[in-house]
Design a protein around this ligand. Structure first.
Ligand code: KIV
Length: 271
């Protein structure tokens, strides 16, 4: 008999139960095996293979350049690491906006080739058909409203969205449309806390915020930001749990010094 204890995997259904009983949902990004393993073992509920990989991993200014195949590469690495978390993968820019058939093809490719559990798409009513078509294939969909970085050239700036009444009203309507379509959860990025709380109270699916205040059902951060690896990025909503940029720099400098001074490797560090 095996003594290995089965780890109970997080499901979309469980996230909805968590909302019902008022338990907050924790979500972080990961793009590689090692980071995903640490985050999963720490007990996170959801891992997002975000298209923020375009910025964080590849150094692009926006999320637009990352490709479907690159997202699949990141997602496959994450999937190999996890025992418990639900893994959601962003459909990258250009892989779903064309039409619903293209959206479905992209979602199926991600699910088949990476083994991910769900996909995330940015947008509201304008991508309703695509969301419905993906859902009809049995693929769970997470929505994303507010500051949607794939539309950065439309917005022109990364500042807070939906501060004006008209945009706030449209966002609330879009959230209801996404719920009615059958999305299992919704990310709200960088919108006023009051509006985000109102959205979370108005729909039955979990609302996960980033820069959307405390009145939502869960929180997501970009892991490299919360670890303090991206020290030049300091939005108000970001809580840094470590200052890894500084401590990693110190470690690298010490290594360089040790190599130059012939301190490394010592007698015990060779064969
Ligand atoms: O790509 C990403 O990391 C995201 C989060 C910021 C929600 O979409």
């Amino acid at each position: 008999m095996s003594v290995h204890k089965e780890v109970k995997k997080v499901t979309t259904h469980q996230l909805q139960e968590m909302k019902r009983r008022g338990e907050k949902i924790s979500m972080l990004t990961a793009y590689d095996y090692t980071m995903a393993k640490i985050i999963d073992h720490a007990g996170i509920d959801v891992i997002l293979v975000g298209d923020s990989a375009s910025n964080v991993m590849a150094g692009h200014e926006t999320t637009l350049p990352i490709t479907l195949d690159q997202m699949i590469y990141h997602a496959s690495s994450v999937i190999r690491a996890i025992d418990r978390a639900l893994v959601v993968v962003d459909l990258p820019f250009g892989s779903y906006q064309g039409n619903s058939k293209e959206a479905l093809t992209s979602a199926i490719k991600i699910m088949k080739e990476s083994g991910a559990h769900a996909v995330k798409l940015e947008g509201g009513r304008e991508i309703k058909d695509s969301i419905e078509r993906i859902l009809s294939a049995g693929i769970p969909v997470m929505g994303h409203l507010g500051l949607t970085p794939q539309s950065i050239y439309k917005f022109g700036t990364y500042t807070v969205r939906a501060k004006e009444e008209e945009e706030a009203k449209r966002l609330l309507e879009d959230a209801k449309i996404l719920e009615e379509c059958g999305c299992f959860a919704l990310v709200l990025e960088k919108i006023p806390a009051k509006l985000a709380g109102e959205v979370a109270r108005s729909i039955s699916i979990p609302v996960i915020g980033i820069g959307a205040g405390s009145g939502v059902d869960g929180q997501v951060l970009v892991t490299h930001d919360m670890l303090g690896m991206t020290h030049e990025f300091s939005p108000r909503f970001l809580r840094r749990y470590l200052s890894l940029y500084e401590s990693m720099t110190a470690a690298f400098q010490q290594y360089i010094k040790d190599v130059k001074s012939r301190d490394f490797p010592n007698e015990g560090e060779q064969y």
